[in-house]
Design a protein around this ligand. Structure first.
Ligand SMILES: Cc1cc2nc3c(=O)[nH]c(=O)nc-3n(C[C@H](O)[C@H](O)[C@H](O)COP(=O)(O)OP(=O)(O)OC[C@H]3O[C@@H](n4cnc5c(N)ncnc54)[C@H](O)[C@@H]3O)c2cc1C
Length: 434
């Protein structure tokens, strides 16, 4: 590999990196796609839901060939109480024609997706760790790998190395993420016969269902998920690292207790745990977005905190940023300049895209999570709401007016009073609206 020269090197064959490599290889650039795993996706973890739009922009009608699990026809949001659940959700046949999103398994999907970049001409260099970026006169000119004679040179390096992003740190784009900018998620893959999954989740054929739940995370800021695959369920929970540190609880302890919850237990019972994994999720939001480019480099996907945690969207933002970085590299190649000034146009396209606009919309979520007691948001309120609904629906001779009064009183007392409840509602509204 010594002295090999490429138009572009992409570090990391996750959704962001493969999207960048595919975009550039299709345009005829000489691209190297470097991945530390034995193959793309070998060690990658997500929930997970894959969205049509950003994959389709790269590979039209990809769903006819991609390894996907179930097309999501129903999305549920549950507020868990100790022995109860308040449910919201939406099911719509229109989500199937064509599907809006699918469940997927990274071990299959990433391999297929990176394979598309390979077929377009990108050179796969797997089982190879990029140990550092090579710089000359302040400009990134290549990468050093853990292979013997493993230096590679390129006009531009696209850093797609995921949430830990050692290379992003080395570039000075960001520091170590703060504990309140990342959550730690653990996930189990639970094998269950296909028919059982269909019966339990009210599904036909390849239809799928997602459940997200709040509550039962030991009073810590966190979100659980239960997704249907063909013959497995993905069950997991992600908790803010800052809260895990405060509470001295291990995430798998939270997951173990969630598995005992009567509403979850019934859905997974009889299943066999096939796989257990853990991974960080960037949740710093808009204000954590680092500088995205410099002399000879661009930063994409999780490495740049591009996750919309409210809508559990990460893969789509990763693919979009990868594509936009790829398009910028193509333009730079045509103009013969990979200077910081030239690559800055990648930042501009991100600013004009949904990555920036959606993260901006939820800008206040991070401070909401920081300022409001997690115990209140993730335990007391879900429990109080469940108790209020329980009381309203219980036919016990108490008048409906009395019931309504005591339900409101309950919610008020949990929040600390009328004004506090109002303030919390307002904060929540502002956090969701930029
Ligand atoms: C539990 C969980 C649930 C999630 N659920 C969803 C979901 O349902 N839907 C959704 O859209 N998103 C979800 N996400 C987020 C989503 O997984 C990420 O946003 C997305 O994978 C980011 O893609 P990426 O390519 O930027 O990073 P990654 O997918 O992390 O890929 C980075 C790649 O770089 C490689 N790499 C790292 N360092 C080096 C190095 N030095 N040299 C060579 N290779 C290197 C890694 O091996 C990896 O393959 C979830 C995440 C988690 C953890």
């Amino acid at each position: 590999m010594a002295d090999a020269h490429f138009n572009a090197i992409v570090v990391g064959a996750g959704p962001a990196g493969s999207a960048a490599a595919l975009t550039m290889a299709e345009a005829g650039l000489k691209v190297a796609l470097i991945e530390r795993g034995e193959f793309p996706g070998a060690k990658n973890v997500f929930g997970g839901v894959l969205y049509r739009k950003q994959i389709e922009d790269l590979i039209p009608e990809f769903w006819k060939e991609a390894p996907l699990e179930r097309a999501i026809v129903e999305q549920r949001m549950w507020l868990l109480g100790n022995d109860s659940v308040a449910k919201f959700g939406h099911r719509n046949e229109r989500y199937l024609d064509p599907p809006n999103c699918w469940t997927g398994l990274r071990v299959k999907f990433d391999q297929w997706f990176a394979g598309k970049a390979e077929k377009a001409g990108a050179l796969p260099i797997y089982e190879t760790v990029v140990t550092e970026l090579i710089r000359e006169n302040g400009r990134v000119v290549g990468v050093r790998t853990d292979r013997e004679d493993g230096d590679l040179r390129a006009d531009v390096v696209i850093v797609a190395d995921g949430v830990n992003s050692l290379l992003g740190k080395a570039l000075g784009a960001h520091q170590e993420w703060m504990p309140d900018q990342v959550s730690l998620a653990v996930k189990e893959m639970i094998a269950l016969p296909k028919e059982k999954i269909q019966d339990r989740f009210n599904l036909e054929g390849d239809e799928g269902c997602t459940i997200e739940f709040i509550g039962q995370t030991a009073g810590m800021a966190g979100l659980g998920f239960l997704y249907t695959n063909q013959d497995t369920l993905s069950l997991g929970v992600g908790v803010m690292v800052s809260d895990l540190k405060k509470h001295h609880i291990k995430p798998y302890e939270v997951l173990d207790s969630i598995k005992q919850h009567p509403m979850i237990r019934r859905l997974i019972q009889g299943g066999e745990v096939k796989e257990y994994s853990g991974h960080l999720i960037p949740e710093g939001g808009f204000d954590a977005l680092p500088p995205l480019s410099g002399d000879g480099w661009m930063l994409v996907g999780d490495a740049a905190q591009m996750v919309n945690a409210v809508h559990r969207e990460g893969t789509n933002l990763a693919m979009l940023s990868g594509r936009l970085a790829g398009l910028t590299a193509i333009k730079a190649h045509q103009q013969g300049s990979f200077s910081a000034g030239m690559l800055k146009s990648y930042d501009d396209t991100i600013r004009a895209s949904i990555v920036f606009k959606d993260l901006k919309k939820y800008r206040g979520m991070h401070s909401l999570m920081r300022d409001v007691d997690s115990e209140l948001l993730f335990n007391k309120l879900p429990q109080a709401l469940n108790d209020a609904v329980y009381q309203m629906l219980l036919v016990d001779g108490v008048t409906k007016k009395e019931k309504q009064k005591s339900a409101i009183k309950l919610l008020r007392s949990v929040a600390g009073g009328n004004m506090d409840l109002l303030r919390l509602g307002l904060k929540g509204w502002r956090a969701m609206n930029g």
